[in-house]
Design a protein around this ligand. Structure first.
Ligand code: KIV
Length: 301
């Protein structure tokens, strides 16, 4: 069963996610979807996903940047507060953005705490072995951490673009070793992004914490997609691993076009789409007012 159905509409917690290995257990894979405001959080929560991620994809799908490097901790905190106001049952995880956990462990903990105070119940950060001191510092400060390895969008300058990772034996070995180090450092789960399915399967089998895949094939303990990508909302190009479950952008354009056309055609608003003078008092008032209107001198004669 999924963590949400297992606990039948109760709050999803970090220990539940940590213990949710699919393998031969008969448990359903976990689901995580990004959300950036109260309505998107309500949608994801009603759909029963176990985790809501305030991803730094915020930069691209909401704020219109070309990559994720421009968002700040304050941006993520602001959107985390909005998600929190929806009071979701899903576990709320907020992304630590680029340069918020790269300078020192002290700064990392302060930034993590800012996101927890904004309403996150855990944070996610990108990178392998070199992030271990930051992860340990966060976990020591009682801040649960989700790791993220493989295609890490905050590293696109170094990677040379949004490119699939772990494609050679050597690269796959590093990925596997990174995953184990993240687990040992205290991560409660790890996102595997943009890696060959066979590598994701092996990493998943080697860990006792769940892996959440995106562009990593079917053999992980869960899947994550970006809200706007899966809804077809925003008219941006999506990676090949995205399945679009709707074309909400097109539906929205049709709806707004109908509004524009109804206003221009005089069919909106109708009588019922407003407030009427039910007692007749205002009709009399309006007549009296009109009686007292003196015509403009230029219009006389
Ligand atoms: O920022 C994000 O949305 C993410 C997911 C794609 C995992 O990191």
């Amino acid at each position: 069963m999924s963590a949400q159905t297992e606990v039948s509409a109760k709050k999803v917690t970090v220990p539940q996610i940590r213990g949710h290995k699919v393998g031969a257990s008969g448990k359903l894979p976990l689901t995580m979807v990004t959300a950036y405001d109260a309505p998107s959080a309500r949608i994801v929560d009603r759909a029963g996903a176990e985790m809501i991620l305030i991803g730094d994809s915020l930069a691209m799908v909401v704020l219109g940047y070309k990559d994720t490097l421009s968002v700040t901790v304050d941006d993520i905190a602001y959107h985390t507060q909005a998600v929190r106001r929806a009071d979701p049952l899903a576990l709320v995880i907020a992304d630590l953005p680029w340069m918020s956990y790269h300078v020192s462990t002290a700064e990392t903990v302060q930034n993590g705490a800012k996101l927890i105070r904004a309403g996150a119940e855990a944070v996610k950060l990108e990178g392998g072995a070199k992030r271990v001191p930051m992860i340990e510092a966060l976990v020591d400060s009682e801040i649960p951490v989700q790791g993220h390895i493989g295609l890490t969008p905050q590293s696109i300058r170094v990677m040379g673009g949004f490119l699939v990772q772990g494609k050679t034996e050597a690269a796959a070995e590093i990925l596997l070793s990174d995953a184990k180090k993240l687990q040992d450092a205290g991560c409660f789960s790890i996102v595997l992004e943009g890696v060959p399915a066979i590598v994701a399967k092996l990493v998943t089998e080697a860990l006792n914490i769940p892996t959440i895949g995106i562009g990593a094939g079917p053999n992980t303990d869960g899947q994550v997609l970006v809200f706007h990508d899966l809804l077809g909302y925003g008219f941006s190009r999506v990676p090949k691993f995205v399945r679009k479950y709707a074309e909400i952008g097109e539906i929205a354009v049709q709806a707004v076009t109908s509004f524009v056309s109804d206003v221009r055609g005089g069919t909106f608003p109708s009588e019922t789409e407003g407030y009427q003078d039910t007692t007749g008092e205002l009709a009399k008032w309006s007549e009296r007012k009109l009686d007292n209107v003196t015509a403009h001198p230029y219009l006389v004669g």
